[in-house]
Design a protein around this ligand. Structure first.
Ligand code: DX5
Ligand code: ZN
Length: 225
């Protein structure tokens, strides 16, 4: 089980301190939301910020690209210090070449699916990815409520993984708190992105520990059944 605090919810005036805070608090990964003001109606930060915080920690940098043209950004983000780069399945015909390009840059490969998009769209790519990101809100902003109708998508992703003997991670992102993380863990998720649910806590370490414990318990109870 991996807990990945999302830097989108940190104090944007203190990227460096907030990165150190997440690392010191024992985060597994750091989730970095890249928004281009076109694929989603918001802009976050770019390769310059990623490069600036890279020397501060050895945490895995999990980049979530909400961008219409990732092809023009992949090399910069790879050089800036990404470990894993996720692009969206909504990009259609370009998804195959994009996944290949990420792999050729020596990075782990992720594929994301938005709430209105059918999960079947990811099927052709399952054997090419390290991570499948099931969005549990419409991307663009932190602090939105979890969309419960996404739980069957997680179950489907877990069933495909089992049936096909694959080992991609199943990541959830959007509205993840202790209760919704447990629901996702029961459905088969193993990687939990949380922005406001974690960075808003004064004691980040305690909040992440609690989330980790709860998802492990939820998963164990689900597999016993
Ligand atoms: C949403 C982003 C998320 C965001 C989640 O567009 O992809 O990673 O940071 O924020 P919370 O956890 O506040 O819903
Ligand atoms: Zn994200």
């Amino acid at each position: 089980m991996i807990i990945a605090p999302s830097l989108l919810a940190c104090d944007f005036g203190r990227f460096a301190d907030e990165t150190r805070r997440a690392a010191k608090a024992g985060a597994d990964w750091l989730h970095l939301d890249i928004m281009d003001g076109h694929f989603v109606p918001n802009i976050s930060f770019g390769p310059g910020v990623v490069r600036a915080i890279r020397p501060l920690t050895r945490l895995t940098f999990d980049l979530h690209l909400m961008c219409t043209k990732p092809e023009i950004l992949l090399e910069s983000f790879a050089r800036a210090g990404a470990d894993l780069i996720t692009v969206h399945v909504e990009l259609g015909d370009r998804v195959g070449p994009l996944l290949w390009k990420i792999r050729s840059l020596g990075k782990k490969v992720g594929l994301a699916v938005n709430p209105p998009t059918a999960i079947a769209n990811v099927l052709p790519f399952l054997d090419q990815i390290d991570l499948l990101l099931v969005m549990t809100v419409n991307p663009g902003f932190g602090g939105q409520p979890f969309i419960h109708e996404m739980l069957p998508k997680i179950q489907q992703a877990a069933a495909w993984r089992r049936e096909r003997g694959l080992d991609y991670r199943i990541e959830v992102d959007g509205g993840i708190n202790l209760a919704t993380a447990a629901d996702c863990a029961r459905a088969g998720a193993d990687t939990f992105v949380s922005g406001t649910g974690l960075f808003g806590q004064r004691n980040l370490r305690a909040a992440m520990r609690k989330m980790n414990l709860i998802v492990r318990r939820a998963r164990a109870a689900a597999t016993e059944r």
